[in-house]
Design a protein around this ligand. Structure first.
Ligand SMILES: *Cc1c(COP(=O)(O)O)cnc(C)c1O
Length: 227
């Protein structure tokens, strides 16, 4: 992409936002340091990556006030590499992973902010919690011993489809679940504030349904080349 495209794209996207308080997380996976620096220079401070290897290579080469968001499936044996600096883990898709994050955070005396990834799509990813699992966990006893995490909300990915009704329905399901959980007496480590939903193709639908964070990659940086 042309150097100036990134800042133009950012401005275009911002101008369409239905809610200016919604946080824009720029998804920079597969993109070079120079592209991230350009988005940074245009004012972006929140960047999302989906691979531990990539994030630990990029972070030291970029400004230290960047907030790094982990948005991809995280393997338990890699948690220790990101806990020292990660700002928010969106993709906590199991209790086993959450326990590992708590354990590694405890070792270095940190508190890690997490979102629980909910399985809302009809197809696609097999990762995520369902409603019953969330209720059982958030209202159960096990959570009470997790002193080194803060649950800040939920994350979801809609089905990859052109059908806006399906996407809207899935985002709405996440929002309804979020509100239902919030209405319960939750433990102190739970602070239900954020709903991370919406990507390049569906962030407006997500904002319409109450998203507080959108994760946008290709609309900012151009399409990705995985070769
Ligand atoms: C890649 C990715 C995004 C961004 O996707 P775009 O369609 O490029 O905006 C958002 N969320 C997750 C979890 C991703 O892996």
């Amino acid at each position: 992409m042309q150097a100036t495209d990134i800042s133009k794209n950012l401005k275009k996207i911002r101008d369409t936002f239905l809610n200016q308080d919604c946080l824009l997380v720029a998804v920079s996976k597969t993109k070079p340091i120079s592209a991230i620096q350009e988005a940074y220079d245009a004012g972006i401070r929140d960047f999302g990556e989906n691979k531990v290897q990539e994030i630990i290579e990029k972070a030291p080469a970029l400004p230290q006030d960047i907030k790094w968001h982990m948005i991809g499936h995280l393997q338990r044996n890699k948690v220790k590499f990101i806990v020292p600096f990660i700002y928010l883990i969106h993709s906590v898709d199991s209790l086993r992973l959450l326990k590992q994050i708590n354990k590694e955070a405890e070792k270095i005396n940190k508190t890690i902010h997490c979102l629980l990834q909910v399985h809302i799509a009809k197809e696609g990813t097999k990762f995520g919690w369902n409603k019953e699992e969330l209720n059982e966990f958030l209202l159960g006893d096990e959570i009470k011993s997790m002193h080194n995490i803060r649950i800040k909300g939920l994350m979801g990915m809609a089905t990859n489809t052109e059908n806006t009704e399906i996407i809207t329905e899935e985002f709405r399901t996440l929002k309804v679940l979020f509100e239902a959980l919030k209405a319960q007496p939750l433990p102190e480590i739970v602070d239900m504030k954020e709903i991370s939903m919406g990507m390049s193709g569906d962030y407006l639908l997500a904002q319409q349904e109450g998203s507080t964070m959108v994760r946008i990659g290709s609309a900012i940086f151009g399409s990705r080349n995985y070769n």
